[in-house]
Design a binder for this molecule. Structure first.
Ligand code: XMP
Length: 511
């Protein structure tokens, strides 16, 4: 698959945490972007023929042995380059300047004086607030460069060789904490790289449809639909490309939230695809009977998923292609580690290994999550699907502590629906929020009666990468309302608690 037909900006990754953010900002400016490892050979870079190159930040010190390097020729291709943080150090170091530990490390939003005559700062006022995060800095400029920005503690907060189109910033223009950062990136793209603004999702959609048709021809495609954002958008796009030749198997494992299975089914009604909903709840519950260990639950659900999928695919008489909702972050190789492997990711939690297909169709593999959501909306999917918060493949089985039963699932579904309904009324929503049915019982009193019921825990977290999180301090009044509603409306629950643990040390899910 060709990465793009648009004029392209190449993001070379040196292990910085913001590589995806940089690539997304470029796309937000309507310019196509791809991320490649910093060690990508020059020949490959030339083949991509980018109109500009951005070097990301990274954790290394450029003067230390073993730190990632760049070839001097990279800066002699006649292609404009923007180096950010480590990328700046790399540019300076490679072109004969000096990089040394800074006397004062700068972290956070720092007042930065910018040279508004420099092309990347055109149209901006000085000073600007910029996000700094560094312990090294450029102490001697390479030949041909001028200082383009400075702070109280950093003499060279940006440098430029306008003639050669080489620019570098010590700060991070890609993050929101540099409020005018996108304007700086736009200046680089349009003022320096002469971008044409030819990238948009409509173009991607049209090109993908053509490509899918070329790949699949008159044959049939099978898709495991989980109801998650990626597989749902994948289905909607494939249905448009291959009317009547997409076979979706939606395995309802009975571990979904209230009404979710019906919502997924309704979203695909009337589309030109074959939608097969398999109500396999009983099958999964049987396998899960008495199982308390979370990892065993996951394994059982993953395996059973594959079995159900295989059974149903066989009944359909097979298909020629298998579609997957793989998205761009799943295929981007990490630049920090030469041995980094590409993660193979299945929304549906594992797919049959012994089923023979002519090929795999992955129409979303060039898109970031926010682009996938946007494409989903453009394809007419309901917001309940496109804006869906992450939901674990094993579903509520890892939110019912201990052994899973139908009764416990039903109790949790109701409590969770109340919590989600109340959260949906808030002006801003946590990144992930849900209820957990603990296996702790406690004494309560209702009317004149003593009760001995279950404890529901509520969890709401703020996170960008789901690797770490903070709990969200939801308003107490709202929490009180949720607690009262759950105890009153859900039979068998007599206590509600709120989880205020971050990750680490906790995880987002309880199991
Ligand atoms: P943890 O609990 O590890 O969760 O902090 C991080 C993110 O991953 C989701 N999660 C899963 N997703 N299968 C999935 O597809 C799983 O087994 C699974 N376990 C956790 C979790 O909801 C959170 O968004």
């Amino acid at each position: 698959m060709k990465e793009t037909e648009n004029r392209l900006v190449l993001v070379l990754d040196f292990g910085g945490q913001y590589k995806e953010l940089i690539a997304r900002r470029v796309r937000e400016c309507r310019v196509a972007s791809v991320i490649k490892p910093g060690r990508t050979p020059l020949d490959e870079i030339k083949k991509l023929a980018p109109i500009g190159i951005i070097l990301t930040g990274g954790p290394d010190s450029v003067y230390k042995p073993g730190a990632p390097k760049a070839a001097a020729e990279l800066f002699e291709l006649g292609i404009p380059v923007l180096g950010i943080c480590y990328g700046m150090h790399l540019m300076a170091h490679t072109l004969g300047g000096s990089v040394e530990p800074a006397l004062v490390s700068e972290y956070g939003r720092i007042d930065t004086e910018i040279d508004t005559k420099s092309q990347i700062f055109a149209g901006l006022d000085s000073p600007q607030i910029c996000l700094m995060s560094h312990t090294d800095q450029v102490t001697r400029l390479p030949e041909g460069f001028k200082t383009a920005a400075r702070t109280a503690d950093c003499e060279t907060a940006a440098m430029a060789d306008e003639k050669r189109g080489l620019y570098a910033t010590q700060f991070h223009p890609e993050v929101e904490n540099t409020p005018r950062g996108t304007a700086m990136i736009r200046n680089f793209l349009y003022g320096v790289c002469r971008a044409e603004g030819d990238y948009d999702l409509g173009g991607y959609r049209a090109r993908m449809i053509e490509e899918i048709r070329g790949q699949v021809g008159e044959r049939r495609v099978l898709l495991g639909l989980s109801g998650g954002v990626d597989s749902s958008v994948c289905a909607a796009l494939l249905a448009e490309a291959l009317p009547g030749r997409l076979y979706c198997i939606f395995v309802d494992h009975g571990l979904m939230r209230l009404g979710e299975g019906d919502e997924v089914e309704a979203a695909f009604r009337g589309r030109k695809l074959h939608f097969l909903r398999v109500d396999a709840g009983a099958r999964f519950l049987k396998k899960l009977r008495g199982v308390r260990d979370p990892e065993r639950k996951r394994r059982i659900i993953g395996e059973e998923f594959v079995r159900v999928f295989e059974d149903e695919a066989k009944k359909l008489g097979g298909a020629d292609f298998l579609a997957q909702g793989t998205i761009y972050p799943d295929v981007v190789e990490s630049g920090a580690n030469a041995s980094a492997t590409i993660k193979s990711h299945h929304n549906v939690g594992g797919l049959p290994e012994d089923m023979a297909f002519r090929g795999i169709v992955e129409p979303l593999r060039g898109l970031f999550k926010d682009e996938v959501r946007k494409l989903g909306r453009e394809l007419g999917l309901p917001r309940a699907l496109t804006e869906r918060q992450p939901f674990p493949g094993p579903g509520l089985a890892v939110r019912v502590m201990g052994a899973v039963t139908k009764e416990k699932l039903d109790t949790l579904r109701l409590a969770d629906a109340i919590f989600r309904e109340e959260v949906s009324r808030l002006r801003s929503r946590p990144d992930q929020y849900f209820a957990v049915l603990t296996d702790t019982r406690s004494v309560g009193v209702m009317g004149d009666f003593r009760t001995y019921g279950c404890t529901v825990a509520l969890r709401a977290v703020k996170t960008t990468d789901f690797m770490t999180c903070e709990y969200v301090p939801l308003p107490h009044r709202m929490l009180g309302r949720v607690s009262a509603r759950i105890v009153n409306e859900v039979r068998g629950v007599s206590r509600v608690v709120y989880d205020i643990t971050g990750k680490p040390p906790g995880t987002i899910e309880w199991e």
